[in-house]
Structure formats: structure tokens, C-alpha cells
Design a protein around this ligand. Structure first.
Ligand SMILES: [Zn+2]
Length: 162
């Protein structure tokens, strides 16, 4: 006769299927060896259960656990809020890009803006170069004279209009 020792622990924990349970029960009626093992394991299981029931759990333990869980939940909510704003920003950006690629006006504005910034950037880079080069340019003094003339004309007109 084949023993059912490997099934007995699961039998005690009520983890067997109906057919396995019947097999073990039938075997236990005839086999002393497996009966004593079942008794032993059953006793051990009972002792473990008793031990866990005797462990003193503080009265507010459950409340604390739920408070911690709530804290975690609210942390997750604030993370979700950040994610939501990122999602909104990304959506707006995508919408702008989408409109820019289909609307000629937006495309024109974007084009003008980028041209403007390109020109400004070039000027900012070129101006110091021009300033340092002016004294060495052949027409430098002429340019300076022209500039002074323009300035005086402007001043004169300004004075006269007043
Ligand atoms: Zn047996």
C-alpha cells in the first residue's frame, strides 16, 4: 500500500482537491503510520494557530495600518497630479506642433519668430566683432562720420519739431 505522507500536511490545511482528500481519508482509516503523522501535524498546526492568536496585537494596530495605507494612497495621488500636469503640457505642446504644421498663419508666426531670433542672435554675435573691427576698417572713419551726421540731423529735427 502506498502512503500519502506528502499529502497529509495539505490535507490538514484543507488545501486538497476532493479526490485527493478522499484518497487521504481512505488511507488514514487503514494506515497507522500515516494516522500518527496526521495527528502530529494536526497538533503542530494547532499549536502554531494558538501561538499566533496569543501574539498581542496593539488595539490601534489596524488603525495605524490603515493610516499608513491612506498616506501611501495620497502620495500616489500627488504623483498622479504631477503626471497629469506633464500630460497636459505635452498635449498642449503636441497641439501647437500639430497646428503649426497645418495652419499657414501659425506656421508664418513660428517662421517669423524663429527668423527674428536667428537675426537677433546673429546681430548679438556680430556687433562686438564690428565694434572691434571699426577702427581698422578703411571706411571706418567715414562710417563714424556718417553716423555722427545722422545723429546731428536727428537731433536738429528733434529740436526744430519741439
Ligand atoms: Zn500510510
Amino acid at each position: 500500500m502506498e502512503h500519502v505522507k506528502e499529502l497529509i500536511s495539505a490535507y490538514i490545511d484543507h488545501e486538497l482537491s476532493d479526490s485527493e482528500r478522499l484518497l487521504v481519508e481512505n488511507h488514514l482509516t487503514t494506515c497507522k503510520e500515516c494516522q500518527s503523522l496526521a495527528k502530529e501535524l494536526s497538533l503542530m498546526s494547532q499549536q502554531i494557530t494558538n501561538y499566533y492568536q496569543s501574539v498581542d496585537v496593539p488595539d490601534d494596530f489596524e488603525q495605524k495600518v490603515f493610516a499608513d495605507l491612506n498616506g501611501l494612497a495620497s502620495d500616489q495621488i500627488s504623483d498622479n497630479k504631477t503626471l497629469k500636469w506633464i500630460a497636459i503640457f505635452a498635449s498642449v505642446l503636441l497641439l501647437v506642433v500639430f497646428l503649426a504644421s497645418f495652419s499657414p498663419i501659425v506656421l508664418m508666426i513660428v517662421g517669423l519668430a524663429s527668423s527674428f531670433f536667428t537675426i537677433m542672435y546673429s546681430l548679438i554675435r556680430i556687433i562686438p566683432l564690428i565694434i572691434t573691427q571699426i577702427p581698422y576698417l578703411t571706411g571706418g572713419s567715414m562710417m563714424l562720420a556718417f553716423f555722427v551726421m545722422l545723429l546731428s540731423v536727428w537731433s536738429l529735427r528733434h529740436l526744430l519739431v519741439r
